[in-house]
Design a protein around this ligand. Structure first.
Ligand SMILES: Cc1cc2nc3c(=O)[nH]c(=O)nc-3n(C[C@H](O)[C@H](O)[C@H](O)COP(=O)(O)OP(=O)(O)OC[C@H]3O[C@@H](n4cnc5c(N)ncnc54)[C@H](O)[C@@H]3O)c2cc1C
Length: 130
């Protein structure tokens, strides 16, 4: 372990999508981990083989209970469309990763949910005097 660090940690060694996933998908779990370790060793040195404790991989393409997608803007689209995507339409407010500053990520879904909660909470109470 490098000087000055203690304990163990976790590293996301590869986050791969689109056609780049195909070579990984065809490998066994053990070979995926071995490939990731080899890549890490190229960057950080051979000592990572000794420090490695355990690893896991996950292929969403091979997972039977998931599907779907997320928004992916083309260049300039996010700047151009964002104000309209997240603008309320009457009493309807829009949350979701696509209506955030981090489209395509859970971070964006949470961020937009908080925004919409504030929008709704900050509405004038039209029932107060009824
Ligand atoms: C394969 C894959 C891997 C991903 N990996 C990561 C990752 O590693 N890290 C990360 O940050 N993000 C990841 N994402 C993206 C992340 O999952 C999304 O950004 C996030 O889930 C979006 O949340 P959301 O609430 O906006 O939408 P969703 O999670 O899609 O929720 C929308 C919900 O609305 C429901 N719904 C749809 N239509 C109707 C209707 N008419 N009536 C009622 N309900 C309806 C749907 O069933 C769904 O439950 C991944 C996405 C995919 C597809």
């Amino acid at each position: 372990m490098p000087t000055g660090t203690t304990g163990s940690g976790v590293i996301l060694a590869s986050y791969t999508w689109e056609d780049d996933t195909l070579p990984w998908d065809s490998l066994t779990e053990a070979d995926r981990i071995r490939n990731a370790l080899d890549d890490l060793a190229t960057v950080h040195g051979q000592h990572i083989y000794n420090e490695f404790i355990t690893g896991i991989t996950h292929s969403w393409a091979q997972y039977p209970y998931s599907g779907g997608a997320f928004s992916m803007f083309k260049p300039e689209q996010q700047i151009e469309l964002a104000p309209f995507i997240s603008a309320p339409e009457g009493r309807i407010h829009f949350a979701g990763e696509h209506a955030s500053t981090s489209p395509g990520w859970i971070q964006g879904a949470v961020e937009s949910g908080i925004r919409v909660a504030h929008e709704v909470n900050d509405l004038p109470n039209t029932f107060a005097n009824e």
